[in-house]
Each structure stands twice: as C-alpha cells, then as structure tokens.
Design a protein around this ligand. Structure first.
Ligand code: F6R
Length: 606
C-alpha cells in the first residue's frame, strides 16, 4: 500500500505532486507529505491525516521547486503521525526518500546505523532507507541506490532525491509497482498510472532490480551493474476523465454506474478477435486435471461465483482458495493443475505469492487482472485483462463485475472444449451473455427503491445476507461490500446453514437480505425467509422471483426484482443491487465512502 510520486520538470513540482497524490490516495490515507529542493536544501511538509490536511498546510506556503517527491501513507510500522509520514530525510539532510513497501530487515540495519551514531526520529521501517543512503553516499547517487538495494530485504518502490545532485530523481523497485511517465513538461515516477494521466499516457513499467534516473529532460534506465537498459515506452489507453469523478459525489457511485459499459467492453474483449480471445481459446483445458482459483477479498468472491459456473458447465471440480492461505498450505498441485489468479490491481502481495508458489510447483497460471503491466499480469503464464478502466474507490465494483464476465466466458469455452457443452448451447449462452449490459442498465431504474431500503438500515447493528448456490456466492460479496464501507457488521450464509447456529442471532427487526435467482431453489430460500421472519426478522428479497408476494408477510418482506437471465449469469445483476444498497447505506451515514477507515485499495503487504 502507500502511494508514491515524483516529478522532475519545468513546472513547480508542488501542485503537480499534490494533484498526483489525489489519484493515489486510494492506496492509503493515514498521512501525506511532499519534499522539493528549495533554496537552502529540502523543503519538506508532511501531515498526519488525509491529503486535504496536507493541502491546508501547503496553502499560503511558499515552497516551490522543479524536482520533488510525494507520498500518501497506509501505516504499517509506526502509528499515523507527522513524524512517521514520508518523505523521510536522513539526519545529514542530504537524502530524501519516499517508500512503498516493507523493509523486513530494518531493525538490524537501524541498530547497525545507531551504533555508528546515526539518530533516528521516526518509528518507521522506511527511515532506515534514507539513513542508509546517506551513510553509503560518496558522491554518486546511482552507486548509493545500488548499494542500498543490495542491503534491503523486503519490498520497496522508492523515489530518492539527493541534495548534491539536485536535478536528479532516482527510482528503484522490488516487489512493488512503479511506473515512469514521460510528459512534455517533465517526467514522473508513480505507484500507478492514474497519478500521471493528467499529464501523459506514455509510460514505462519499471521491473524489479531496474533503476530509473529522471531529469527534466528525460528518463534513463540502468540495471544493478550500472549498465544502460532499453525499455519500451507504452501507451496507456485509459483517459484522464476515467480517473475523475465526473460529477458524481463519489468514485464508488461513478464506478457502479459505469458497469453496463464495463460489461460491454469486457465481453467485447473476449468475444472479438484480440489478445483476450486468443488466450481464452488457446488454453487446452484437457491438459489439466484440476482447477484452483485463488485471490483475496472481492476477487476471491468472484472465484467462489466462478466455482459454481465452472462446475456446472464443465463438470470438473474447482477449488477456490484465499491466496493468503494457499501460499502457505503446501497445496497439492502440479503441472496438471491450472491455477487462476484473480486481481484488480495485479499487485496484491498474497496473490503474487500464491502465483509464485503455484509456478514453483509446476502449475500453469492464468491471471485475470485489471492493471496492465502489473506484477501478476506480467508474471502469470497467461493473462486475461478486464476492461474496467482505472478503479479509484477502495471498494471494488466495476472490476469485480469485469472479473465475473471473463470467468463466465472461460468456463463456457472450457465446457465446449471438454465436450460438456454443445456448440449450439454455447452460442445460446453467449447470446444471453451479451444481454447482460442492457439488463445491468435496467437495474438503475430501481435506484429510488434501493435508496429507500438503504435509508432504513442506517441504524442496523448487523445485517445478514443469505442465498443458496450461486446466490450464496454473491451474498458473500454483498456482505463484504456492506461491512467495508458502512461499518455495519454483516455476515453471509448459505441459506441452509442458518439453522445450524446463525439463526440464534436473529432478533426483532434484524435485517436479512435474501438473494434468489436459482429458480429450482426458490422454495428452499423462501423457507429460510419464513424461518427468519417468524423469529422477528425483516427480509429484503433480491432476485428474479415473479412469484414473490410481499403483501402476505405483514410488512416484513420487501422485494427488489431483477431482470430475467440464466441463473449462471445472475450474480452480475444481483451484485449491482448489493453494491448500490451498500453505497446508499454508507452515504446515509455520511461516511467517507471512497476511503473507508483502515483500508487501502492495493494491498501490497502481507
Ligand atoms: C473489496 C476489495 C478488496 C479487494 C482485495 C483484492 O471491495 O476491493 O477486498 O478485492 O484486496 O485486491 P485485488 O483485486 O487488487 O487483488
């Protein structure tokens, strides 16, 4: 987590960096800071709290310079405070750094430096980088960066400035993302592309062990032997507008509303000739005797939905594993296992580790990723890219929907290859699939109703989500979305599981959200609805259930109807209602929806 940015150019770096930090705040918002070269050395301003607090501090300040670095923090080592904020400057005031990652051997390095008389001021692991760089510096910043990189254990993306070489901005990475953006007025380093989109869509993706050396005139790349590297300048297709709120009060709402288009674009990416289609077509599923899907958070929930779809269509058994568990469990996999990694950012530490573990055991890896050039996109044997565009809100919405789409198509294509789905049925399924974007749009007609139900939930202490089969899978996502942005406790249960314990939590007026799209299980989920209503619960039923009769439940049952679609694709519609529901609950509570407390979007630490 944490976002870093740096600029070397013709403009004043201060507003350029602050503006870029706004696009990185999703990576952490415990504190923010900036450093530029001033007339008498580094000018550093850092402030606990949101970026807005730093902006207020900078208002009226006269600091300015053409080279600078900035940081937005998700605290790991040391509480959120001014002193623990980045940039960190060494005690000789010679080197300033911003860091994203974790330095695992910082204690050892710190003790070594302290024995040599270096005085530390913060509790962070990151300060050791600035102090060590000053200790090693003998007049050549590149030599210093190489030496520091050799000494650090853990993960890092670093932006480094040195007082004696004021025109340079140096960057290096290991296991954390870093891009270099090239604009007419100057050059950038950043943790992610949206931070530079206002200025350029031309970027280099820095790899582990590569050093970028930026001046206002250009960017050079070196390896750890100081040999020059030739890197490919890439053009990013994301537009500047796609990383702006565009009139919506929150990115999350904008991203929810973008879903019909995202579904359309992602369907197109895998149905028409192109990279995604050739990857999906090219995989020989008969070469595998096992499929494992591994991911974290919502991406894991997409995997749970996919398990139902794969097993139904392909008749192969699929395991879904949390990446944080998979990486340490000594999984029973080999060259005949296909491991599917799902990740919006492509940088989630646990998912990266799961991928590397799978590869080390000879499994074939396929990633489903939103961010081009990310570690998982690059390192997996095969990659399918979701066409969600930049997702800024911490709670994922549109990227989740795009992941589902690619997983559906993959399952359907595999089923055809395995002879489990006749080509005519595949064609039928795909034509239904292509109706998804329009049906997703229809859901927005119910926004007032969703908003009304959400406004009644502001006082809830706990909300339960139930469903059966694929509806249970999407209930998991509904529950996660609600708790992360509204701070209301919530759990998702398979309908049949309620009576094995959870039903004891149901009290007068407890809200249960029941999802029902599996026609063959409608009677079963309605029995669960009856069971909770008879114990005092109120139920919000979401699904395609024309037979639902809310009037016969004495005001205890409300219903939000969904357009009809095959059960297998129904999670894509249910989830939009669930996302909007969570959004409006949080909005009614007046919460900071795009930046929920304690969270960050790209979880690059364990
Ligand atoms: C929830 C959410 C997280 C992510 C998880 C994985 O709304 O956004 O649970 O899904 O941190 O992140 P990625 O997909 O980037 O690997």
């Amino acid at each position: 987590m944490c976002g870093i940015i740096g600029y070397a150019g013709n403009r004043n770096a201060v507003p350029v960096i602050v503006d870029g930090l706004k696009k990185l705040e999703y990576r952490g918002y415990d504190s923010a800071g900036i450093a530029v070269f001033g007339a008498d050395g580094f000018d550093v301003v850092k402030q606990k709290g949101r970026l807005a607090a730093l902006e207020s501090r900078l208002e009226g300040s006269v600091i300015a310079g053409n080279v600078g670095i900035g940081h937005t923090r998700w605290a790991t080592h040391g509480e959120p405070s001014d002193v623990n904020s980045h940039p960190h400057v060494g005690s000789k005031s010679k080197i300033a750094i911003v860091h994203n990652g974790i330095i695992e051997n910082y204690k050892r390095l710190k003790e070594r430096l302290e024995r040599k008389g270096v005085r530390f001021v913060s509790q962070t692991d990151s300060e050791v980088i600035a102090q060590l760089a000053e200790y090693y510096y003998k007049g050549d910043l590149m030599d210093t960066v190489i030496k520091v990189s050799g000494a650090l254990e853990g993960s890092y993306a670093l932006g480094i400035m040195c007082l004696d070489e004021p025109d340079l901005l140096v960057a290096v990475r290991k296991d954390n993302p870093l891009i270099v953006g090239v604009a007419e007025h100057g050059n950038f380093i950043a943790s992610d592309v949206p931070a530079v989109l206002k200025h350029t869509n031309k970027v280099y993706y820095l790899e582990d062990g590569e050093i970028a050396v930026l001046t206002k005139d250009g960017a050079d790349f070196l390896n750890m032997d100081k040999e020059p590297l030739k890197k490919r300048l890439e053009t990013v297709s994301w537009s500047f507008d796609s990383a702006e709120k565009g009139g919506y009060p929150h990115f999350m709402l904008k991203e929810i509303m973008e879903q019909p288009k995202v579904l359309k674009d992602t369907i197109h990416s895998v149905m028409s000739n192109g990279e995604n289609k050739s990857v999906a077509d090219g995989l020989d599923i008969s070469a595998f005797d096992k499929i494992v899907i591994t991911a974290c958070g919502s991406a894991y929930n997409a995997g749970v939905v996919a398990k139902y779809v794969f097993e139904r269509l392909c008749r192969v058994s699929v395991e879904v594993e949390l990446a944080s568990e998979f990486r340490y469990k000594d999984a029973v996999i080999d060259g005949k296992t296909l491991v599917i990694l799902v990740s919006q950012s492509g940088e989630t530490a646990d998912t990266i580790a799961a991928m590397r573990e799978a590869k080390s055991k000879g499994a074939v890896t396929l990633s489903i990723v939103n961010v081009i050039g990310s570690t998982i996109a690059k390192e997996a044997d095969y990659c399918l890219l979701t066409s969600a565009g930049p997702e800024i809100a911490v709670a994922t919405t549109k990227a989740f929907s795009a992941q589902l789409v690619l997983l559906y198509v993959l399952a359907a294509r595999f089923a055809v290859k395995l002879g489990k789905l006749p080509p005519e049925s595949f064609a039928e399924l795909m034509s239904e699939f292509e109706t998804l974007p329009d049906k997703a749009k229809e859901i927005f007609e119910h926004i007032d109703l969703i908003q009304k139900h959400a406004s009644e939930c502001v006082v809830c202490k706990s909300i339960f989500f139930i469903g059966r089969n694929i509806d249970y899978a999407i209930a998991l996502e509904g529950s996660l979305k609600l708790k992360e942005i509204s701070y209301i406790h919530s759990e998702a249960y398979a309908g049949g599981e309620l009576k094995h314990g959870t039903i004891s939590l149901i009290e007068e007026d407890t809200l249960v959200v029941a999802i029902s799209n599996c026609k063959r299980l409608y009677g079963k989920i309605m029995s669960n609805v009856e069971q909770v209503i008879s114990r005092g619960a109120k139920v919000l039923l979401i699904g395609c259930c024309p037979e639902a009769e809310p009037s016969s439940y004495d005001g205890k049952l409300s219903y939000i109807g969904l357009p009809e679609i095959t059960e297998l694709f129904s999670p894509s519609l249910s989830v939009i209602v669930l996302q909007l529901f969570s959004y409006y609950v949080a909005a009614n509570k007046g919460l900071d929806i795009d930046k929920p407390r304690n969270l960050a979007k790209s979880v690059t630490v364990e």
